[in-house]
Design a protein around this ligand. Structure first.
Ligand code: PRP
Ligand code: MN
Ligand code: MG
Length: 187
């Protein structure tokens, strides 16, 4: 087998930068939610799985207990022609009415997924809904979504790693990087 590392042209956000940023975000969130009894993290599968796991533990280290929920959603059609019509593959297990919800996303690209998700969560009567996203591509945004906590703004390049995939691969890489162009032409 060939390691997925070999397909990476350039690292955009390193392992160390990710850890340091998660700690910083967790400190900020712990402070902002200090007066709230309970915080419900909602992970958007599958991309946010790594971020969720590390962020939840960072919050714990900062003295902020949390509960974990998971949703899986998928846009119809190709990513490049994302219509913003989102299909729920896995819904929330519990009622979120009255809860303080913090959506945990790996990346805001066009913003269409989050835009849809925030409307959906608002319709479920949460007390508050905020978003923490590890990465955002400001140049790719098609719809403005309110994202309270952002780790990194990056250029409009296709990136993988730390949960982000290309055709379901590269999620296991510990950093975020740009794929070699040859990978796309390989089919
Ligand atoms: C990716 C990513 C975000 C979304 C961002 O998920 O993890 O959830 O796209 O794109 P947008 O801002 O243009 O909507 P994807 O649909 O690839 O599913 P996955 O998380 O299972 O990889
Ligand atoms: Mn996703
Ligand atoms: Mg994906």
């Amino acid at each position: 087998v060939v390691a997925d590392d070999a397909d990476i042209e350039r690292v955009v956000v390193s392992d160390e930068e990710i850890s340091a940023k998660i700690d910083e975000l967790a400190r900020q969130v712990a402070a902002d939610y200090a007066d709230v009894d309970s915080v419900l993290l909602v992970c958007v599968l599958k991309g946010a799985v790594m971020f969720m796991a590390d962020f939840a533990r960072a919050l714990g280290r900062h003295g902020r207990p949390v509960e974990l929920e998971f949703m899986a959603v998928s846009s119809y059609g190709q990513r490049t022609t994302s219509s913003g019509v989102v299909r729920i593959l896995k819904d929330l297990d519990r009622d979120i009415a009255g809860r303080h919800v913090l959506v945990v996303e790996d990346i805001v690209d066009s913003g269409l997924t989050l835009n849809w998700l925030l409307k959906y969560l608002a319709s479920r009567s949460a007390a508050t809904v905020e978003v923490v996203a590890l990465v955002r591509k400001p140049e790719a945004v098609k719809v403005d979504v309110k994202v309270r906590y952002i780790g990194f703004d990056i250029a409009n390049e296709f990136v993988v790693g730390y949960g982000l995939d290309y055709a379901e691969r590269y999620r296991e890489l510990p950093y975020i990087g740009v794929l070699r162009p040859a990978v796309y032409s390989r089919g």
